[in-house]
Ligand binder design. Structure first.
Ligand code: BTN
Length: 259
């Protein structure tokens, strides 16, 4: 098995992230398990990782496919400053791209707001839950699902839109090595993210979205336009066909094929 509590402990090169770690062969979702442990006072960096989830949760109320033996599905307890929380999606997406590019050489990119894609197909998703009391942040739970050795062709529900590192590269990857690399990059990006302007240039460089025509869906409806820029808060600036500019802080986009 390429991913166990023991292989992870041996591979970890971090100071805080992944320490301590709780490994499950199978769990409903790592998100409530991590939240429960955060409520009990566990430290920032605590990792809850599962080989399989039977009730994996994605953004926008979707489910997250979490088959056994092939992927990375985990949650990290964070206790961010307001500034770190605001920049967390950017820090996590940059860390994910760095880790995948360094380990596999594949041209991973970021699809706004924070999906990781290869050739416009999603291979990783990021979920951030927060717990506040009044205006005081208590903790954030960062959930990451990354398709590593999944054979996407075997799953009709995702095979047209998703990929995995193995599908893209034609070979399998060691999940422990990838996790260790990812946690190192996450810790580094998280620690740097408090500094003004940090990681933004790299985030824009990795974007699969900027400069493309996109269809954007948000609470306000559906709009088509040019993804012209992203501001320092990670909002997408969409140039509508009538020339006006729309600022999107959240939502979902479809990429039109590159010209
Ligand atoms: C997305 O929809 O893009 C976000 C997917 C996040 C999935 C991860 S897998 C680990 C953690 N546990 C969950 O139930 N969801 C997140």
């Amino acid at each position: 098995m390429d991913l166990t509590a023991e292989t992870i402990r041996q591979a970890l090169g971090t100071r805080r992230f992944g320490r301590p770690l709780y490994y499950f062969d199978e769990i409903g979702s790592t998100m409530p398990e991590a939240a429960r442990r955060a409520a009990a006072g566990e430290a920032e960096g605590t990792l809850v990782i599962a080989d399989a989830q039977v009730a994996g949760r994605g953004r926008l109320g979707r489910t997250w496919l979490s088959a056994a033996g092939v992927n990375l599905t985990f949650s990290l307890i964070l206790r961010p400053t307001p500034e770190q929380l605001r920049r967390l999606p950017i820090a996590v997406a940059v860390a994910g791209v760095r880790a995948v590019r360094a380990l596999t050489g594949l041209p991973a990119q970021i699809k706004w707001p924070n999906d990781l894609v290869l050739h416009d197909r999603k291979f990783a998703g990021i979920l951030i839950d927060t717990e506040t009391i009044g205006d005081q942040m208590r903790w954030a739970i960062l959930g990451i699902g990354l398709n590593v050795n999944l054979d996407v062709a075997a799953f009709p529900e995702i095979r047209d839109s998703a990929t995995s590192l193995a599908t893209a590269a034609g070979r399998s990857w060691n999940r422990t090595e990838l996790l260790a690399r990812l946690l190192t990059d996450l810790e580094d990006c998280y620690d740097r993210s408090a500094a003004e302007g940090a990681l933004l240039a790299e985030w824009r460089d990795y974007s699969a979205t900027l400069g493309r025509r996109v269809e954007a869906r948000s609470a306000a409806g559906v709009e088509i336009g040019l993804a012209e820029a992203a501001d320092d808060d990670g909002a997408l600036l969409l140039r509508r066909d009538d020339g006006s500019l729309r600022r999107l802080l959240s939502g979902e986009i479809s990429l039109r094929p590159a010209d």
